[in-house]
Design a protein around this ligand. Structure first.
Ligand code: DAH
Length: 338
């Protein structure tokens, strides 16, 4: 029996040594150590042995099982090493890695985030409204009469339903006051739509940021202070800001804001950056009617509002000469803002 066991061990080691892959190795394991394997079969001969021989042969069987198991393990590792080596062959480990191109925020998003960040420091909260609007929210409630040119079909996208794509974010002023009691201090960035021919400075969809502050004693000085702070934070402390009288249907008095900025390669010049003014009492009256209460009665509250073009602001800030670059998704342009 001892010779038989020695033979099994020698056959097993030969088979393991000759195995050229995972599968052959497994076959060898089953052939020798498996339930019906040769070593297992040999063990069953134990019962016929004498008392003295039993422990000796038992030990031999164990040692053999150990030796075969060890050989299997060693061969498995060797096969794995070989496979690894083959996989790495021809690979130049000194090559530099492939560069990663992490994405980055679109310049308009960056600018919008910055603008929102500055205005939040002044206590403004974000508000929003739908892009598909009613004529009431876009015009009537904003004191814009039916014959006003902005309401012209040539300038505005109307749906058959009579609704329209909002032409400005001023609609959010109305939506906010309809649903919240005073005081309100909100900003609303968002897309607006006008039937403009596409050129360097016009797109039929563009972005504005609206602001509205209504309380019991809001004055022109508050408006001036807030917006001067905003443009200095946006363009630099030394930025000069001026308010020019203007007309908007929904504010009285109204102003256009110019900032004195240096565009790339130019001397500093006054550039129009926003419209603003004190909320017209007619707007408050319309809100009272719509709400069915007097919380916004023009004898009780005053307020200021402003609206600025974000695309335009981005173009000024980074010297972008063509607004179309902002929507073309050309990586050569966008990666400059990464
Ligand atoms: N809605 C105006 C526009 O689209 C911008 C504007 C001007 C907004 C004056 C205002 C404002 O809130 O007070 O041109």
């Amino acid at each position: 029996m001892k010779e038989e066991i020695a033979q099994i061990q020698s056959d097993a080691l030969t088979a393991i040594g000759a195995a050229s892959g995972e599968q052959e190795l497994d076959e060898a394991r089953i052939a020798f150590l498996g339930k019906k394997g040769r070593l297992t079969a040999a063990s069953s001969g134990m019962k016929d042995l004498s008392k003295e021989e039993k422990p000796v042969v038992g030990q031999l069987l164990n040692a053999t099982r150990g030796a075969i198991t060890e050989a299997l393990e060693g061969k498995r590792n060797a096969l794995q090493d070989e496979a690894d080596r083959a996989a790495l062959e021809g690979l130049d480990l000194t090559l530099p890695g492939r560069p990663l191109h992490p994405g980055s925020l679109h310049p308009l998003t960056q600018l919008g985030d910055r603008a929102i960040g500055i205005l939040r420091r002044l206590g403004f909260a974000l508000a929003e409204g739908p892009e598909i609007e009613t004529e009431f929210h876009c015009f009537d409630a904003l004191n814009t009469p039916p014959e006003h040119p902005a309401r012209n079909e040539k300038d505005t996208f109307y749906f058959d339903s009579g609704k329209l794509l909002r032409t400005h974010t001023s609609t959010v002023q109305i939506r906010t006051m309809e649903t919240q009691p005073p005081p309100v201090r909100v900003i609303a960035p968002g897309s607006c739509y006008r039937r403009d021919e596409v050129d360097k400075t016009h797109l039929p969809v563009f972005n504005q940021l609206e602001g509205l502050y209504v309380d019991t004693d809001v004055q022109v000085g508050d408006l001036k202070g807030a917006l001067e702070f905003f443009y200095r934070a946006m363009f630099g402390e030394e930025t000069e800001v001026r308010f020019r009288p203007h007309f908007f249907p929904f504010t009285e008095p109204s102003f256009e804001i110019d900032a004195r900025l240096r565009l790339e390669g130019h001397d500093p010049e006054w550039i129009e950056v926003a419209g603003c003014g004190m909320v017209d009492p007619a707007v408050f009256e319309e809100i009272c009617k719509s709400r069915g209460d007097e919380l916004y009665h023009p004898d009780k509250v005053t307020g200021y509002a402003f609206g600025m073009g974000l695309d335009r602001l981005a173009m000024i800030k980074w010297g972008i000469k063509d607004i179309r670059l902002l929507i073309e998704n050309d990586a050569r342009f966008l990666t400059q803002f990464a």
